[in-house]
Design a protein. Structure first.
Lengths: 197, 811
């Protein structure tokens, strides 16, 4: 069964959210096209190839965003759908992947560096400089105070066990690599990622 | 995964055990249904619950959580005793014929070399093959010598009769025998079974050994290295594979290299121990090249400062004083006040680690906690009183929390590694909200500030900090491409072949880890990724999805480690003559015309080594074969053995009823306070297991409106029999408690959970989805790790989330 709908109707149906991709699978497909700005909401968007950030299938996604990338252009992700070229997912997304847009634009997104002082019950906004300088100072002071060059048996160990680091298995290889490079060479050993749990 | 998502379609039988891929990996699961629809395959699920995967399975069995080794161990015995093994494969491609040392033994649940005081195998010297004067292992290819691995394995699992398996696991004997028969039918050369598992196998105190047992089954059946075969870990996060590959674990370096122990004071023995030499004549034993990988890493990190004269900065790397500084060890130390600072980069330990009360107490003892995350996590708010959901007194918590907002996937460039080892590149779609920054930039900026402090003030052992290579165009903002090129690696000088011809100019990107050298002429930050960003460009960004052989091998899509190889051990897909085991299972084969291995995949083998040379297909192993005998590689024994979960709903290990040391994994570590916090089955009679739902991803998607709408409120699943027993109807609120804490949730009363008969009573399972918490837009809920025990797998320390005990009652 194929139901003929215009692209505009298609997107209205798609507003139901999770239903979008499964409806496409059921045979609802937009008729090819009478061009009009209103009908083609995606016409003036930028299409970017990406992968779903949740499980390890690595489904291909297409992200549509507004804005040219210019300094004064407002850029915003406004639609995400499955990538039909992807050899594993072939355009499909699951209920998690279908909600990716709501993750990108979640009210829970953090926007500014903040500090919660000892004993306080609230956050205070700080600048990146303040936050990073504070952390760098803590790192250096704790490392200088507790770095072990030789253990009780006189063996060279050159490690630092009083500060630990959990890395993110939702981040990229490049973030993982530079994190390892920095963390390990500070001498840290209490270092893990989600693979341990 | 040894194989990959699309390859599942080539299977004849799919065993889903220790996982529920229809729920947790729905789009990957389409390849299971593809195999059922178009390859006439059968799907079998074995799980404590009737799952979404089980709902479409042709056959299924229900098993008590934590008893999988009994089912698989019994299967091993069945395959051997009924001679349903792929014999040519077993004799030629495994260690079945090798002889084990005479002093190795197993008695009443314990292997040789156990020290009960230290709860550890302190002497593993007997866990070895017998070695002749020439340094090579002794073997008996007739497989009849009682000390050969095959006969030792046969004796070990002879105890696992169908009746014993049934009495421990609760699976009826008839179900056991029927499923064993179906699995055994894949022992013929041209039929394969694939095994799909996930955290339902890893999150046990015997988790690593469950997976080993599965690998042993696949070796007996000749299903490793085959299309539609393999042992496939369906990993839980989008780049958990990549972060593991890059070695972000306490004891590792990139590419599965490992840090030295404190006892390894000298460089050469450190290398020699890891550069495994062949245990049989002429075998490849590829780890023998360890020094090339290691020196190339040291050159990537320390540049000219790393030289032969200083052993490539061997002493600049930290050395370990305990086997692991894993998260359980770290939070134990944190709870004792031994940790001052802690960083959580996209990680939510308050929600994700066991015994939430202990985790809260531990975080409260920190001086400072740094959160780097796109979302407001529970850990970030651990000090914040949220009533019954987070009942803390903020004024008493002296931890300073510094929160740094980061980008999400849509806002940065880079690659992630899926479960099939594919490195797929993605591009930034839009800038992040507010002042959020990419993790790469945060780490770089922070490092530069620390380094500046060391340069200005001096300090303790600054050498690795002030000498760390940092040649990025914008030092505080390294690009993803620069970092990817660095872990791929490049030539530092002109490289030449034996005749002195230049094979690679200085500065060029390397195409293969076979180009790496141990003398400082190359650098590579992660040797297994070498080839992903070569002089051809960024191969991770490739988008050619063509499949020339029609078996789902799209070698032009992205790039897979190692060497763009899609199915590991694929030399084993051909027989000893180099021909495919079956026409429908052709993957790589020997071409006598071309004098090399060819086919639909990159051969996992020396390309020009003819079958007549007789090299084994498992080139990373010193024997060249797949190992039934684990040797010294595991901490808890060379052959997997069933031990009860640390919290078990039955009183004893029926395999060793009279040895209390062998009730639970005798080599698993448990801290004294955590042992005291274990419950007894008399008080907490219900077997509990935690898991995901298809609508949610961990604790993230409760921040996403769509997911919060489709699955808004916390619930637990209980069977109708248990509901009747405790007087609960569907929709009632129940209290679920363990020795460590309790949660409240809506009860879903379902026939999907049914009691299993164990001994003289029925054991009920309770299903506990894990997705709720006290931040986000879904209804607030209780962190389920209030309930879970603080004990992990003996080898990996992965917590035992899948098997513990609770009591369910009407709230």
């Amino acid at each position: 069964m194929t139901v003929n709908v215009t692209r505009r109707q298609f997107f209205k149906l798609g507003a139901a959210g999770a239903a979008t991709s499964s409806m496409a699978m059921m045979g609802f497909a937009p008729e090819s096209a009478e061009a009009s700005v209103r009908r083609f909401k995606l016409t003036h968007t930028k299409e970017t190839r990406n992968n779903c950030t949740y499980c390890s299938v690595g489904c291909g996604v297409l992200i549509y965003s507004l804005g040219s990338g210019g300094e004064n252009a407002h850029q915003e992700v406004m639609h995400i759908e499955g990538d039909p070229d992807h050899p594993v997912s072939r355009g499909s997304l699951c209920p998690k992947g279908s909600g990716l847009l709501d993750f990108v634009r979640s009210d829970g997104r953090l926007e500014y560096p903040q500090v919660r002082e000892p004993g306080s019950s609230e956050w205070t906004r700080v600048t990146w400089d303040d936050a990073l300088n504070r952390i760098a100072r803590y790192i250096k002071d704790d490392r200088d105070a507790n770095f072990v060059q030789r253990n009780a048996q006189g063996q060279t160990v050159n490690h630092w066990t009083t500060t630990g680091f959990l890395a993110a298995s939702g981040s990229s290889n490049e973030a993982g690599y530079i994190t390892h490079k920095v963390v390990r060479n500070l001498g840290m050993v209490a270092f893990d990622n989600q693979a341990r749990v | 995964m040894t194989n990959h998502w699309v390859d599942i379609r080539n299977a004849n039988l799919i065993l889903s055990m220790g996982g529920n891929s229809a729920e947790a990996h729905p789009v990957g699961f389409r390849w299971v249904t593809e195999a059922i629809e178009h390859n006439n395959a059968e799907l079998i699920t074995i799980d404590p619950r009737y799952t979404r995967t089980g709902a479409v399975a042709q056959d299924k069995a229900f098993i008590r959580t934590g008893t999988d080794i009994t089912f698989l161990g019994g299967l091993i015995s069945y395959l051997i005793e009924t001679n349903q093994i792929q014999r040519e494969y077993v004799v030629n491609y495994t260690d079945a014929s090798l002889l084990v040392r005479e002093d190795f033994g197993f008695e009443d649940g314990l292997f040789t070399g156990y020290d009960p005081e230290r709860r550890a195998y302190t002497d593993k010297s007997s866990w070895m093959y017998q070695v002749g004067d020439d340094g090579y292992a002794l073997r008996d290819t007739s497989l009849t010598n009682p000390r050969c691995v095959y006969q030792m394995m046969r004796a070990h699992y002879s105890r696992y009769t169908p009746e014993l398996v049934s009495s421990v696991s609760g699976v009826p004997v008839g179900d056991i025998q029927r499923i064993w028969r179906k699995i055994a039918a894949t022992s013929v050369p041209d039929r394969t079974m694939t095994i799909l598992y996930a955290l339902g196998w890893t999150q046990h105190s015997i988790g690593s050994q469950i997976i080993r047992t599965a690998a042993m089954v696949q070796l007996l059946l000749g299903n490793m290295g085959m299309p539609g075969g393999g042992v496939n870990a369906l990993r839980g996060h989008s780049n958990i594979q990549g972060l593991t590959d890059l070695g972000l674990l306490s004891q590792l370096l990139p590419g599965y290299m490992s840090l030295a122990n404190a006892s390894e004071q000298d460089y050469r023995p450190y290398i020699d121990k890891r550069a495994k030499q062949p245990l049989l004549p002429d075998e490849v034993s590829y780890w023998k090249n360890y020094e090339k990988f290691h020196v190339s890493l040291m050159k990537a990190w320390f540049g000219d400062a790393a030289s032969e004269a200083n052993n490539w900065c061997y002493n600049w790397l930290p050395k370990l004083e305990r086997p692991l500084y894993d998260v359980l060890d770290t939070f134990e130390r944190m709870s004792k006040g031994e940790i001052n600072g802690y960083f959580c980069q996209g990680f939510n330990p308050l929600a994700s680690f066991p015994n939430r009360a202990k985790v809260t107490a531990a975080l409260s003892k920190l001086k400072y906690l740094v959160i780097m995350d796109p979302l407001n996590t529970e850990t970030r708010e651990f000090w914040h009183n949220v009533g019954e959901y987070n009942d803390v007194d903020s004024s008493q918590i002296q931890t300073e929390v510094i929160s740094l907002p980061t980008c999400c996937f849509a806002e940065d460039d880079g690659s992630i590694v899926n479960s099939a080892r594919w490195l797929q590149w993605h591009w930034v779609a839009a800038p992040p909200p507010g002042e959020a920054r990419p993790d790469t930039q945060i780490m770089a900026d922070l490092f530069l500030r620390v380094r500046r402090l060391y340069e200005q003030e001096g300090g303790v052992f600054p050498d690795p900090i002030v000498n760390l290579t940092w040649d990025y165009k914008q030092p505080a903002k390294p690009s993803a491409e620069e970092l990817a090129k660095e872990y791929n690696g490049r030539a530092l000088v002109d490289l030449t072949d034996d005749q002195g011809n230049v094979t690679r100019r200085a500065g060029e990107q390397l195409a293969s880890f076979s180009e790496l050298t141990a003398d400082g002429r190359t650098e590579a930050g992660c040797w297994i990724f070498t080839g992903c960003y070569s002089e051809e460009g960024n191969l991770m960004a490739r988008r050619d999805n063509s499949d020339p052989y029609g078996i789902g091998q799209s070698l032009g899509w992205a790039w897979a480690w190692p060497a763009n190889r899609r199915i590991l051990y694929n030399r084993a897909s051909a027989d000893t003559e180099g021909n495919p085991w079956g026409a429908n299972k052709a993957l790589v084969w020997w071409s006598s015309e071309q004098g090399r291995w060819i086919g639909a995949d990159i051969p996992d083998f020396p390309a020009q080594s003819p079958p007549s040379a007789g090299l084994g297909p498992f080139i990373m192993q010193p024997t060249g074969g797949g190992n039934f005998f684990g040797g010294q590689s595991m901490v808890d024994g060379p052959f997997p053995e069933h031990y009860e979960p640390f919290e078990s709903p039955v009183g004893q290990n029926l395999l060793h009823p009279n040895n209390p040391l062998a009730r639970n994994n005798p080599a698993a570590r448990i801290f004294a306070g955590d042992r005291e916090a274990l419950g007894s089955w008399e008080e907490f009679p219900h077997a509990a297991t935690t898991y995901r739902l298809t609508e949610h991803f961990h604790f993230w998607t409760k921040h996403a409106k769509l997911n919060a709408i489709v699955q808004p409120e916390q619930f637990v699943e209980i069977g109708t029999a248990l509901a009747d027993e405790i007087g609960v109807s569907k929709g009632d609120r129940v209290r679920v408690s363990s020795r460590r804490g309790s949660i409240y949730a809506v009860a879903v009363v379902t026939r999907r959970l049914r009691p299993l008969r164990i001994g003289d009573r029925d054991v009920h399972h309770v299903g506990i989805p894990l997705h709720w918490g006290f931040t986000g837009v879904a209804k607030k809920g209780y962190l389920v790790n209030a309930l879970t025990p603080f004990v992990g797998d003996a080898n990996t320390q992965t917590p035992e989330y899948k098997s513990f005990i609770v009591k369910v009652e009407k709230a």
